[in-house]
Ligand binder design. Structure first.
Ligand SMILES: *Cc1c(COP(=O)(O)O)cnc(C)c1O
Length: 364
């Protein structure tokens, strides 16, 4: 049987009726931008993240840029960011006027650490972006001890915890993406900034609406970047399930290990104290691309992520002279994402591991 990389449809089946009702409520209400659904979602999402404030925006990339500006990042500043991540983590920095400074990651967890961040600090560093990569929360409390604001890019981590604290509550502020394939996915684009800091949330609220508090006076150049009412209404139906979806993803990871996966490849390690939300289930192998091709031939979707890490992307040329990130380069070359979802079964995991064993034996 074919096993897809993601299964976004099956987990939504039990709530399809509720989602239809939510959409109808918005259509009947006739308010589509910054109305009651967005306000209610912001309250519910802040509470789920264990923080005071949430601000809905148009996508996870805007969330990062707006959160950076909310933290006071601007021209002349530097922001430390990993290179082994989705491009958007770093793409959000130059529009603030600041410069991205790339740091390495722990090759076993895929996440930044206090040591890799420290190596990239200069007197100009204004903030650090820590990515909860693949849903594995970065060790943010240790990074925060370096004394700089940490922006948690939690786009992949809805439903994860670190030492019992939810992803989104670990740094000075956090950002989420509600892109449809993310752990909490809308039916279109969406994003949010969450923070305990009232000033950061206020600034984000102003920036998402053209730099205005009252729609009459425009205090600074902002953006037009809002989460819309339809997406907020859909996300409100899904939000109560995010914890159980993350549990299903962790169970799927356990099925893989029980099936003997770790004898064949090296799974990404959980950060100490973390309950990851495994947005992607990633393993490492020197011949990752050949294995991916073999698995795809057997109907099992598998794919390497971020093969060209951000610091090697042409758009980043201006900021990457002399940057050398050996762990990033190794992970970029050797990583392989296997199918994962909240509903992946033991028998699917057994099938994937059996296929992996067959493909690896072929290679040898
Ligand atoms: C998806 C993602 C983003 C960007 O989110 P969009 O909603 O697609 O703009 C940012 N950072 C990471 C780590 C992501 O995975």
């Amino acid at each position: 049987m074919a096993v897809p990389l993601f299964d976004t449809a099956t987990p939504l089946e039990p709530i399809r009726g509720q989602i239809r009702d939510a959409i109808e409520r918005v259509v009947d209400g006739g308010r589509f931008i910054l109305g009651p659904e967005v306000s209610a979602f912001e309250e519910e999402f802040a509470s789920a993240c264990g923080v005071e404030h949430a601000v809905g925006v148009a996508n996870g990339t805007d969330a990062l840029e707006i959160a950076l500006r909310g933290l006071g990042v601007g021209p002349g500043d530097e922001v430390v960011v990993p290179s082994f991540t989705f491009f958007a983590s770093a793409e959000a920095i130059p529009p603030t006027g600041a410069r991205p400074v790339f740091c390495d990651v722990d090759p076993d967890t895929g996440c930044v650490t206090a040591e890799t961040v420290k190596a990239a600090l200069t007197p100009k560093t204004k903030a650090v972006i820590a990515v909860d990569l693949f849903g594995n929360p970065a060790p943010i409390p240790m990074i925060a001890e370096l004394g700089l604001p940490v922006l948690e890019d939690a786009a992949q981590a809805a439903g994860a915890t670190l030492d019992g604290r939810p992803a989104g509550s670990l740094g000075s502020a956090a950002t989420f993406s509600f892109f449809p394939s993310k752990n909490l996915g809308a039916f279109g684009d969406g994003g949010a900034i969450v923070s305990d800091d009232q000033a950061v949330a206020e600034r984000a609220r102003t920036l998402r609406f053209h730099g205005s508090r009252d729609k009459r006076s425009f205090e600074e150049i902002g953006r037009n970047s809002r989460l819309d009412e339809l997406q907020a209404a859909i996300l409100r139906v899904e939000l109560p399930l995010v914890g159980s979806w993350a549990e299903g993803r962790r169970a799927a990871a356990d099925y893989y290990l029980e099936a003997g996966l770790a004898d064949l490849v090296k799974p990404i390690e959980t950060v100490s104290g973390a309950q990851p939300a495994w947005h992607l289930f990633v393993v490492r192998h020197e011949r990752a691309d050949e294995i991916a091709a073999g698995l795809v031939d057997l109907g099992i979707e598998a794919r390497g992520y971020y093969r060209t890490p951000v610091h090697r992307q042409p758009a980043m040329r201006e900021w990457t002279q002399g940057v050398d990130l050996p762990a990033t380069d190794e992970l970029a070359r050797t990583n392989l994402a296997l199918p994962i979802s909240p509903v992946l079964t033991q028998s699917q995991a057994d099938e994937v591991v059996a296929a992996l064993r067959a493909v690896i034996n072929e290679l040898a």
